[in-house]
Design a protein around this ligand. Structure first.
Ligand SMILES: Nc1ncnc2c1ncn2[C@@H]1O[C@H](COP(=O)(O)OP(=O)(O)OP(=O)(O)O)[C@@H](O)[C@H]1O
Ligand SMILES: [Mg+2]
Length: 221
């Protein structure tokens, strides 16, 4: 379970507090949730995801994962937690262009020392579920946007992290591909009990989530 307590984030310009991006955010994400952060542009969705994902420091407050406080860990400890417990999906798919689809999916598994047999089994399983089986030997540039994003999802979930954080994963996809991606993410959430927290401002994408968290001016409504 993830819990945010009194989380504040200011962006500074020199010494001056320029933007109050997160304003006393208190939030609980239960294990197995499939939740969406929504709100107008600039309300703090990316800032909040980056805080939970330990990609950016918060100004004050606490972030707990299974009872352990994370916000005050060293950079090295944060990197370890990100690698072992979190998976990330971004708006721009961020695949490695010189690696095949299979090697992109396997990337985090290799970093974590899985053997080839485990990798082959997991890649097959995910490729089946995400409907990219025929593309495993291709380079990412030969895939459609929807397919590339599904590869990014496969890579993020390959090691069965505790939580997947996804910032506007459907922003570059058309309606049909967005719906397909959401359906598959929901399937992963249900089958593998992976907690998913994503940001979106598309109404029809928001409707597909099980829980909606509204943000306004850095506050949870
Ligand atoms: N690096 C930064 N420096 C200064 N201000 C920033 C920085 N990053 C974000 N902000 C500001 O913090 C606020 C929240 O931004 P954030 O990117 O979290 O919004 P968002 O909800 O993700 O918006 P969008 O829907 O457009 O992606 C905005 O006012 C933004 O201008
Ligand atoms: Mg954003």
């Amino acid at each position: 379970m993830i819990e945010l307590k009194n989380v504040e984030k200011y962006f500074y310009k020199g010494e001056e507090r320029e933007v109050h991006a997160l304003n006393d955010v208190n939030l609980k994400i239960e294990d197995g949730e499939f939740s969406v952060l929504t709100g107008t542009s600039g309300c703090g969705k990316t800032t909040l995801l980056n805080a939970v994902g330990l990609l950016d420091n918060i100004t004050s407050g606490e972030i707990y994962l299974d009872g352990n406080e994370l916000a005050h860990l060293s950079d090295e400890e944060k990197t370890k937690i990100r690698l072992e417990k979190m998976g990330f999906v971004f708006q721009a798919y961020n695949l490695i262009p010189v690696l095949s689809v299979k090697e992109n999916i396997a990337f985090i598994m290799r970093l974590q020392g899985y053997d080839s047999k485990q990798i082959d089994k997991r890649v097959d399983e995910l490729a089946e579920l995400l409907e990219i089986k025929s593309k495993l030997d291709s380079l990412p540039s030969l895939l459609s946007g929807g397919q590339q994003q599904r590869v990014a999802v496969a890579r993020a979930v390959a090691t069965k992290p505790k939580i997947i954080l996804a910032d506007e994963p459907t922003a570059n996809l058309d309606h049909k591909n967005s719906e397909a991606l959401m359906k598959m993410m929901k399937e992963l959430n249900e089958k593998e009990k992976i907690t998913i927290l994503f940001a979106s401002h598309d109404d029809y994408v928001v409707e597909l989530a099980k829980k909606v968290i509204h943000l306004k001016d850095g506050k949870v409504l």
